[in-house]
Design a protein around this ligand. Structure first.
Ligand code: NAD
Length: 274
C-alpha cells in the first residue's frame, strides 16, 4: 500500500478529466482524512500534468493529472474508477498487482468484465455499484419488496432517461433495479428481460421485466419502476439532479474500504444496510 501522506488515506481517481472525474476531485478534496493522490487521464491527453484542483474548478491542490495508470496505483491506497469497461479491466489488473482497493462506478460491463471483477474480489477489496446514491440503494430494496409482495400477475416495466452523452443502455441502474425486481420473484433477470420492443411484438408475456430507454439533453439520471396490475399501478421514481450524489457516495465507499478484507462489496454494505 502507498504511504502517500502520513495520517491520511491516498485516494486516486481514474478518468479525472471526465464528468464524474471532476465531481470526484471536488468530493475527495472536500472530505477530511482523505488526500487526493493522483488523477489519471488518457495517454496522450493534454490534461496530463494539470493541477487537479484547477481541473475541477477549485483552488490549486498540489495533486496532479498523470497519463501513466501505474502512477495512479503505486501512489494510492484506494482508486475510484468512473471510466469505461476496457479501462476498468486494465485498472482491475493494476489494483491486484499493487494490492490497492477499488471503487468501481463504471457501467456497461460485459459478462466477461463482470467475471473479472468477481475474480478480483477474491484478492482485493472492491466496492461496485451502478449507482452510488443513497436514494437508489433504498429504491432497489423497495422494488424487491414490492415484487415479492405483488407476484407475477403484476407487470414490471423500468423506464430510464439520461443525458445525450451516455453510451450504454439500458443504464446500469435500470439493470440493477431489474435484478432487484427479479430477485423479489425468485427468478434471474436474464430469463425474463425484454430490453427492446419494435414492430409486431404480440402480447406481453407474463413475468417479463421490460425496459425503455430515453436519451437527451443534460438529464443526470431518472428511473421509474412501474408495477402495473389490473385497475391500478404503482410507480416508484428516483430523479438525480446533481452528479455530486454519485461522487459523494463513491468517496464514502473509498473511505469505508480502508483496511477492509478482500471481497466484492455493494453500497448496502457501505451504508450498513446489508
Ligand atoms: P465521461 O466520458 O465524462 O468520463 C470518462 C473519462 O474517463 C473521460 O474523461 C475519459 O477520457 C477517461 N478515461 C477513459 N479511459 C481512461 C484511461 N484508460 N485512463 C484515464 N482516463 C480514462 O463519462 P462520465 O459521465 O464521467 O461516466 C463515466 C462512467 O461512470 C460511465 O460508465 C457512467 O455510466 C458511469 N457512472 C456511474 C455512476 C454511479 O453512480 N455508479 C454515476 C454516473 C456515471
Amino acid at each position: 500500500m502507498a504511504d502517500f501522506r502520513e495520517g491520511t488515506m491516498g485516494v486516486g481517481i481514474a478518468g479525472a478529466g471526465g464528468r464524474m472525474g471532476r465531481m470526484l476531485i471536488q468530493a475527495v478534496l472536500g472530505t477530511p482524512g482523505l488526500t487526493l493522490s493522483v488523477g489519471s487521464v488518457r495517454p496522450g491527453s493534454n490534461l496530463a500534468g494539470r493541477d487537479l484542483g484547477l481541473l475541477a474548478g477549485l483552488e490549486p491542490s498540489s495533486s496532479f493529472a498523470d497519463s501513466d495508470p501505474a502512477a495512479l496505483f503505486s501512489r494510492s491506497d484506494v482508486v475510484i474508477d468512473f471510466t469505461n469497461p476496457s479501462s476498468t479491466r486494465t485498472h482491475l489488473d493494476l489494483a491486484q498487482r499493487h494490492g490497492v482497493g477499488l471503487v468501481i462506478g463504471t457501467t456497461g460491463l460485459s459478462d466477461g468484465d463482470q467475471a473479472a471483477v468477481n475474480a478480483a474480489g477474491r484478492s482485493i477489496a472492491i466496492v461496485q455499484a451502478a449507482n452510488m446514491s443513497l436514494g437508489v440503494v433504498l429504491l432497489q430494496s423497495l422494488v424487491q419488496q414490492v415484487t415479492a409482495t405483488l407476484g407475477p400477475d403484476w407487470d414490471v416495466e423500468i423506464v430510464e432517461m439520461h443525458h445525450r452523452h451516455k453510451v450504454d443502455a439500458p443504464s446500469g441502474t435500470a439493470l440493477a433495479l431489474g435484478r432487484a425486481a427479479a430477485a423479489g420473484r425468485d427468478v434471474a433477470l436474464a430469463d425474463v428481460r425484454q430490453s427492446v420492443r419494435d414492430g409486431h411484438t404480440g402480447p406481453r408475456p407474463p413475468g417479463q421485466i421490460g425496459f425503455a430507454t430515453l436519451r437527451g439533453g443534460d438529464v443526470v439520471g431518472e428511473h421509474t419502476v412501474i408495477v402495473a396490475g389490473v385497475g391500478e399501478r404503482l410507480e416508484l421514481t428516483h430523479r438525480a439532479t446533481d452528479r455530486g450524489i454519485f461522487a459523494r457516495g463513491a468517496v464514502r465507499a473509498a473511505a469505508w474500504l480502508k483496511d477492509r478484507p478482500p471481497g466484492l462489496y455493494g453500497m448496502t454494505d457501505v451504508l450498513g444496510l446489508a
